[in-house]
Write a protein that binds this ligand. Structure first.
Ligand code: IMP
Length: 208
């Protein structure tokens, strides 16, 4: 029997690959926005990661009538009042390189002692289910989960792996920077990996 298609609202192939691996043994097949033929630009103007994930999932679900997942993630630095937060991709300007974004954060953290350098990566994943699409779900339904990876802002940029803020994110538990983790290890401990595994349990709860 053909598996039910659900959409993961992302254009990012790496995220799609990761979610397909995690949801592999469920009875659904995950398709991208491109595969669903969607080109809609979505304005992510929420105040929280959950808000933005819901905005994306709900917009695409209403447009397609299909069950839709979406995520939103970023870095929270406690000393900087949780900046860059939901503005992580837009910090210092969307087109500014991560080398510059990362150096800017390191500069703002100059002379800040270890115990005040705490930070975390956060990932919220939202699920939007259209009314009547699953037995017993009579109205449009939205669920969210959140995963975090705790660490602190380091004093330099390190590592050849990962992307974004990984080179300045130090993991005391592992004695290395996030940018030094191999992809499999990062998926195992990352905010996104944790959130996606929690979402898998939610999907299983709906019999998907
Ligand atoms: P989005 O969830 O794709 O909108 O990504 C938000 C931004 O958060 C990314 O562009 C990165 O700047 C940052 N970010 C999210 N997850 C990670 C990560 O695992 N490592 C490094 N940066 C990340």
């Amino acid at each position: 029997m053909k598996k039910r298609e659900i959409i993961f609202a992302t254009a990012n192939q790496d995220k799609l690959h990761e979610i397909r691996m995690i949801l592999d043994d469920l009875g659904v097949s995950v398709i991208s926005l491109k595969e669903a033929g969607i080109t809609t630009e979505i304005v992510e103007d929420g105040e929280t990661f959950e808000d933005n994930a819901i905005i994306k999932a709900r917009t695409i679900m209403r447009e397609t009538g299909k069950i839709t997942l979406a995520d939103d993630s970023g870095l929270e630095v406690d000393f900087l009042n949780k900046e860059p937060g939901v503005y992580s991709a837009r910090y210092c300007g969307r087109d500014t390189s991560y080398r510059i974004k990362n150096r800017n954060i390191l500069e703002r953290m100059t002379d800040v002692p270890d115990e005040k350098r705490s930070a975390r990566f956060v990932c919220a994943v939202a699920l939007a289910i259209p009314a009547g699409c699953i037995p017993g779900i009579l109205k449009e339904t939205v669920r969210t989960v959140r995963g975090t990876m705790e660490g602190r802002i380091g004093y330099e940029e390190k590592g050849e792996h990962g992307f974004g803020y990984d080179p300045i994110f130090y993991l005391p538990e592992y004695g290395c920077y996030s940018g030094e983790l191999l992809p499999e290890k990062k998926n195992e401990i990352s905010h996104r990996g944790k959130a996606l595994r929690l979402m898998k349990e939610v999907l299983e709860g709906y019999g998907l």
